[in-house]
Design a protein around this ligand. Structure first.
Ligand SMILES: NC(=O)c1ccc[n+]([C@@H]2O[C@H](COP(=O)([O-])OP(=O)(O)OC[C@H]3O[C@@H](n4cnc5c(N)ncnc54)[C@H](O)[C@@H]3O)[C@@H](O)[C@H]2O)c1
Ligand SMILES: [Zn+2]
Ligand SMILES: [Zn+2]
Length: 380
């Protein structure tokens, strides 16, 4: 590759500071160092966690940064010691690593890894080290990935090699939202055949959770959202009933208890709101109900009445759907190619990287489920 070993100058959407539009800039992307891979990003989705960092978390030490963590691309070059990847491989960058060596990676019960940003940088949401600079300043790599750039550099422990037949403009969604929601139902809640489920929040994560409940054989899947525009799409993924909390003047947990003779077997919170997390817990049945927190927030504590747990409910959380990332993502790509999971149906808009602020505005106003930014990549 003509660019191997050289700094690549390319376009990226830089978040200079919180709560401000992203700015298209030319950035410098350093060559990969030992154990690293430089990737040409071909397509990326927008996830609510990008918006969370920009507008809600706003951690001052987390800027300037290049956001985006739901992408797919092609290996441009590899650093010393990399044998698993070569230029031309199709890959998906991973926001949680799988080093295969640490105590978490070796334990089948967890998808945590002691390495990578997610091991200790949840607050800043980026590693201290970055291969990006812009106008003489270091620019952080959000969630270690930074897919709102034409090129990025990742450690090999946080990259999944995928089937060369996979269409990158679809499978990029497996880099976050779809694995997260689907896995939260299948791996974390462990939804059972014949069960009754409730999914709160019908963005891409919630819709993927609906798809996961159906995949696991749930009989009833109650989709809950304050935006009724989302209900039609939820049906496509397997929802059987719909509840809009705004249509009721009693707590949503009571509405669901009446619909289900005491509460659902499994509930999944895919909003990122501590009040909804509590409602989701209270909506599942005493005795055996399982409620999973999927929505992302680190801004508020949540609370619940202890009796809810004493009476036999289980409250769990799920990061990236419980998938061990390097193992799980290629399996989900295969499931898509084998038509066992849907991806195309999640996409509502195709836009260019230069339109990223429009994409963010659409998401903020709930006008889409999942958009996709493609880019033409011309390294200079
Ligand atoms: N745990 C993880 O690993 C992980 C990974 C990715 C995303 N997330 C989080 O998952 C959440 C969903 O992400 P997304 O990209 O699907 O977001 P989104 O903004 O597209 O969807 C959120 C949905 O929740 C609905 N909603 C808002 N308030 C509600 C309420 N009170 N009751 C019911 N529904 C309500 C909205 O109308 C919207 O449809 C976010 O918090 C995101 O940060 C977590
Ligand atoms: Zn995400
Ligand atoms: Zn590890």
């Amino acid at each position: 590759m003509a660019t191997a070993g050289k700094v690549i100058r390319c376009k990226a959407a830089v978040a200079w500071e919180p709560n401000k539009p992203l700015v298209m800039e030319e950035i410098e992307v350093a060559p990969p160092q030992a154990g690293e891979i430089r990737i040409k990003i071909v397509a990326t989705g927008v996830c609510h966690t990008d918006l969370y960092h920009l507008f809600e978390g706003m951690h001052k030490d987390g800027f300037p940064a290049v956001l985006g963590h739901e992408g797919a691309g092609i290996v441009e070059s590899v650093g010393p010691g990399v044998t698993e990847f070569q230029p031309g491989d199709k890959v998906i960058p991973l926001f949680i690593s799988q080093c295969r060596e640490c105590r978490f990676c070796k334990n089948p019960k967890s998808n945590q890894c002691e390495k990578g940003w997610a091991a200790e940088h949840y607050d800043v949401m980026a590693l201290e080290e970055s291969r990006f600079t812009c106008k003489g300043k270091k620019v952080l790599q959000f969630m270690g990935t930074s897919t709102f750039s034409e090129y990025t550099v990742m450690n090999q422990i946080a990259v999944a090699k995928i089937d060369p037949a996979a269409p990158l403009d679809k499978v990029c969604l497996l880099g976050c939202g779809i694995c997260t929601g689907f896995g939260a139902a299948v791996n974390t809640a462990k939804v059972e055949p014949g069960s009754t489920c409730a999914v709160f929040g019908l963005g891409a994560v919630g819709l993927a959770a609906v798809m996961g409940c159906k995949f696991a054989g749930a009989k009833r899947i109650i989709a809950v959202d304050v935006n009724p525009d989302k209900f039609e799409k939820a049906k496509v993924f397997g929802a059987t009933e719909f509840v809009n909390p705004k249509d009721h003047d009693k707590p949503i947990s009571q509405v669901l208890a009446e619909l289900t003779d005491g509460g659902v077997d499994f509930s999944l919170e895919c909003v990122g709101n501590v009040g909804v997390m509590r409602s989701a817990l209270e909506s599942c049945t005493k005795g055996w109900g399982v409620s999973v927190v999927v929505g992302w927030t680190d801004l508020h504590d949540f609370s619940a009445r202890p009796i809810n747990l004493i009476a036999g409910r289980t409250w769990k959380g799920s990061l990236f759907g419980g998938f061990k990332s390097k193992d799980g993502v290629p399996q989900m790509v295969k499931a898509y190619l084998d038509q066992k999971v849907k991806l195309d149906e999640f996409i509502t808009h195709n836009m260019t990287l230069a339109q990223v602020n429009d994409a963010i505005e659409l998401m903020k106003h709930g006008k889409w489920r999942k958009s996709l930014l493609r880019r033409r990549v011309r390294p200079r």
